[in-house]
Design a protein around this ligand. Structure first.
Ligand SMILES: CC(C)(COP(=O)(O)OP(=O)(O)OC[C@H]1O[C@@H](n2cnc3c(N)ncnc32)[C@H](O)[C@@H]1OP(=O)(O)O)[C@@H](O)C(=O)NCCC(=O)NCCS
Length: 334
């Protein structure tokens, strides 16, 4: 008996980002509100990180609420009917329930049920991972329209007395709709990991240790200087690779949106990449803080509101964080 040949799917040649959506935590928390338990000061935090205030969500708001709000805005602006969304990818490390996924609930809430839905655990690189996957899923014919969300409520997994990280983190979500395009709108994704540095940033305890009473509620902590050096030395190379892979020059960029981890890292990137003055740089960290997977789409959403002339221009985005993991690509701004 001869085996029938399977039909294979083939999608469109190109994809692009149609629209962005954003949701920030309801409360602004200035440095002075956090310095007590970490023996710090407003001045130290401003000088070392560029953060003046960060957004944090109300107790009753969770990462799924933030994700749904951001996704709803992105879908509305995209003009895509929610029933035409085939996949919803939520990048998050702060959904306190392991299962069900945040993405299945978000898909249902935005009217995309029965879209495929799954969460991505790639910390601050999660959004760039998600955009890379959306691009690949569509070009492979597995989906036509994909919603990618980065969503975090980090304030639930922060120890207010941990001076390595507590003052950095904020809550929010950013989302995009990705779909077919006549011309290339998402450049090749450069992504990877280095698990030999898994201890540099992440949770300090497991849930089973917490259950057994041998450890307190798990929270995020980091070896700040280790991550700082890795970001400045290794991530600049990744950013350069993303530019080269896209076949462009740094001077072709309209915007640069790195993960909002520290203003000094952002400044160092811009210097080492030799970005011309004309490139607009995302500096959302100043008033939003570090929102991990949400930081890149939140910063881009703000840039597009403040600089509508960026529409149609090229933006380099790069995320990096716990894993360690990294992801970068050049995209055409909607
Ligand atoms: C966390 C971070 C802001 C700390 O800044 P830093 O310049 O590296 O600071 P260091 O840890 O080297 O400490 C410098 C000094 O400040 C002190 N210090 C550290 N944390 C402090 C705080 N929160 N408040 C006040 N002083 C602090 C240290 O004790 C040290 O004092 P000393 O010089 O008297 O010994 C920085 O390392 C950072 O942003 N790291 C990368 C974060 C990142 O990219 N994360 C990605 C995953 S989200």
């Amino acid at each position: 008996m001869s085996t029938p040949i399977l039909r294979q799917l083939q999608g469109p040649a190109h994809t692009r980002i149609y629209a962005y959506g954003a949701a920030r935590g309801e409360n602004y928390v200035p440095n002075d509100d956090l310095v007590g338990p970490i023996d710090s000061s407003d001045e130290w935090i401003r000088q070392r990180t560029g953060i003046v205030t960060r957004v944090r969500a109300a107790a009753e708001t969770d990462a799924i609420d933030l994700a749904s709000e951001a996704a709803r805005e992105a879908v509305e602006k995209s003009g895509v009917d929610p029933s035409d969304i085939d996949a919803v990818i939520v990048a998050t490390i702060s959904n306190p329930k392991q299962t069900p996924s945040a993405s299945a609930i978000v898909a249902d809430r935005i009217g995309a049920n029965p879209a495929a839905a799954y969460d991505v655990n790639a910390a601050c690189a999660g959004f760039a991972y998600g955009v890379g996957q959306a691009d690949a899923l569509i070009r492979a014919g597995l989906a036509k329209h994909v919603v990618v969300v980065g969503a975090e409520k980090l304030s639930d997994i922060v120890d207010p007395a941990d001076r390595s990280i507590s003052f950095l983190l904020g809550d929010g979500a950013g989302a995009v709709v990705v779909g077919p395009s006549e011309t290339p709108g998402i450049g090749p994704t450069i992504w990877g990991s280095d698990g030999s540095k898994a201890d540099a940033v992440g949770m300090n305890h497991t849930l089973t240790e917490f259950r057994d009473g041998t450890a307190p509620w798990p929270t995020l902590r980091q070896e700040g200087p280790t991550v700082f050096r890795w970001a400045v030395w290794e991530m600049v190379k990744v950013a350069r690779q993303a530019i080269e892979a896209a076949g462009i020059q740094p001077s072709d960029l309209a915007a640069f949106v790195p993960h909002q981890a520290n203003m000094r890292i952002i400044d160092e990137f811009a210097k080492q990449l030799g970005l011309p003055e004309s490139v607009v740089i995302g500096r959302d960290i100043e008033t939003t803080g570090n929102t991990s997977a949400a930081s890149i789409p939140l910063a881009t959403h703000r840039l597009l509101e403040e600089h509508p002339e960026l529409s149609g221009g090229l933006a380099l985005q790069i995320g990096f964080g716990a894993g360690l993991v990294f992801g970068a690509q050049v995209v055409v701004l909607p």
